[in-house]
Write a protein that binds this ligand. Structure first.
Ligand SMILES: [Zn+2]
Length: 562
């Protein structure tokens, strides 16, 4: 089915409600396991259909924001989606309490029920007022950041428009850009502090209402942490400090030497990886797409079929055009069992990442498309990111075709980013643990904690007292800290597993691929730790995983110094 031929019809909320009520009562009053199963499958089809309609509306709206029809549909969906969520919760509750649960567990596995219980434990109608208040604060944060009019180079610019200048190879431009952006955050520091302070109070209140000591437990439930807890994360953190921070330090020392900068680096100078700029793709967007096609044709019969489907059904919209929304994402249309990739090519290495990272997500969905129920098609978020981050490394197979004579530089740069991200991401998570364990901290004390963590996790940075960043307040530009508590560690765990795949690829790419496929095939039927085991890799919660990764990285860097 071509994307252009997929049919959208507005889901009628009243009808959905009636059907949901019928399905709920069918499940409640089921006299046999097969009757219960019938209701279970019916709800799965109902929610898959709703998801397809929502996904179609959002996708078509982002492809052309000037199209009024989908603009209105998205408005409608935003309005009714909390009601759908409520119906789903009602169904979930009845499902977990069903007397035929053992039979359903026997057929569909226990994980689905375990996740459902975590979902139920993270919610109660009692916390609706605080949830609404928190949503308002999230919007306030977004608005404040979006309101930025940073005076730079004779023009007013937004935070995202400042990005290229913050990476400029011209020292003066880059340093001034960091200062100008830092000034914006500094000027709004009081409001940024207030918004976050209120969030901490509200989240703590919600946790207490649900019977938890503080927000950490609730945050974990909201992230569906079904196989690890704070103690495991604590072990991971220690391994990051022991094995990854030293390699990252080495990388930044090499960078300082290469670029002739003073070490430890200022924030602005840490952003300059190469004096002559970051590696750039050698061809145009068509070349990148064609190389992507070749990559997937060569990797395996499954990826070959996948990429041909993506192209023949028009499931990729990657070129920038008038009226198109910004950013990039991967979504799916369950009714048609097909994924979709949205992005805006910009001529940088990000374009290659679309064809590896986003396509990694899309491929995982494509492989899981026949799994019933649909909730088992995709695992928890850290595991989804393994699909994409490991695929980025499989993309090395074509680095020559993607980057021409800059292929070595690209590989070095990719490994550099993967390694150095882990300490930063782990620090973001560590910060959140402290903040929610000690909700009474003042904003000033929170800044102090961030500055202290910086010294441990990112010792290559110099707090030189310059506005905002240099004062150790940079956490306020990390959207996830405000809007998606405890999400950040997922990227670090996934990156660790992706790097374990990278280690295997160095000696035997085919074996690495077979292990990757084992993990992908399990889709959402296993937990994160089970998936890692299925792939034959070491758990990131065991320090041996990061030790192996760091040793292999050092070996590779010794041979491939740039
Ligand atoms: Zn991703």
């Amino acid at each position: 089915m071509k994307f252009s031929e997929m049919e959208y019809t507005r889901p009628d909320i009243e009808e959905v409600k009636l059907r949901a009520e019928k399905i709920c009562s069918d499940l409640k009053n089921a006299d046999s396991a097969s009757e219960a199963e019938k209701a279970f499958l019916e709800w799965d089809r109902e929610s898959s259909h709703l998801e397809t309609m929502m996904s179609l509306a959002y996708t078509r709206n982002t492809i052309n924001t000037l199209d009024e029809f989908y603009e209105k549909e998205v408005e409608y969906i935003d309005e009714v989606s909390p009601l759908f969520a409520e119906l789903d919760l009602r169904f979930t509750r009845i499902l977990t309490e069903s007397r035929f649960r053992p039979q359903l567990e026997e057929k569909y596995g226990t994980l689905l029920f375990k996740n459902a219980e975590l979902q139920l434990r993270s919610f109660s109608p009692e916390i609706i007022p605080e949830t609404q208040e928190t949503n308002k604060l999230e919007t306030a944060y977004q608005k404040l950041i979006a309101s930025a009019q940073i005076d730079f180079g004779g023009e007013k610019r937004t935070v995202s428009q400042m990005q290229p200048f913050k990476q400029s190879t011209d020292n003066d431009t880059r340093r001034k850009a960091w200062l100008a952006e830092g000034e914006f955050y500094k000027e709004n520091g009081k409001e940024l502090d207030d918004i976050f302070d209120k969030m901490v109070v509200l989240r703590t209140k919600m946790a207490k209402k649900l019977g938890y000591d503080n927000f950490v437990a609730l945050g974990y439930l909201q992230m569906t942490r079904n196989c690890y807890g704070p103690e495991d994360i604590d072990r991971f953190r220690k391994a990051v400090l022991k094995y990854i921070v030293p390699v990252a330090e080495r990388l930044f020392k090499e960078q300082a030497e290469r670029t002739g900068m003073e070490y430890p680096l200022s924030f602005a100078d840490a952003a300059l990886k190469f004096s002559d700029g970051n590696p750039c793709p050698s061809g145009n967007s068509d070349d990148i797409l064609n190389t992507g096609k070749d990559l997937y044709h060569e990797l395996s019969p499954e990826t070959s079929e996948f990429i041909d489907t993506m192209f023949s059904c028009g499931l990729m919209d990657v070129l920038s055009k008038k009226g198109k929304a910004g950013g990039g994402y991967c979504t799916s249309f369950p009714d048609y069992k097909l994924p979709f990739i949205f992005s805006n090519f910009n001529g940088t290495s990000d374009d290659v990442e679309v064809i590896t990272h986003e396509a990694g997500h899309a491929f995982a969905y494509y492989m899981a498309r026949d799994i019933v129920p649909s909730s088992l098609q995709s695992p928890t978020l850290e595991s989804c990111e393994i699909h994409s981050m490991a695929m980025e490394f499989f993309g090395w197979k074509k680095s020559k075709e993607f980057f021409g004579d800059q292929a070595d530089k690209f590989r070095y740069s990719h490994l550099f980013d993967a390694i150095t991200f882990i300490p930063y991401g782990t620090m973001v998570d560590h910060f959140q643990h402290i903040v929610y364990e000690r909700p009474e901290l003042t904003p000033e004390e929170r800044h102090g904690i961030w500055a202290e963590l910086l010294g441990k996790y990112m010792p290559w940075l110099r707090l030189d007292g310059s506005a905002f960043y240099g004062e150790g307040k940079g956490w306020q530009r990390q959207l996830h800290i405000y809007e998606n508590p405890f999400y950040y560690i997922d990227y670090c765990l996934a990156q660790t597993v992706a790097l374990e795949f990278w280690v295997l690829m160095q000696s035997d790419i085919n074996a690495a691929w077979q292990q990757y496929m084992k993990l992908v095939r399990k889709a959402g039927t296993q937990t994160f730790t089970e998936l890692v085991e299925t792939a034959g890799l070491g758990s990131p919660f065991d320090e041996a995983a990061l030790k192996t990764v760091s040793e292999a990285a050092v070996k590779w860097l010794d041979k491939n110094r740039i």
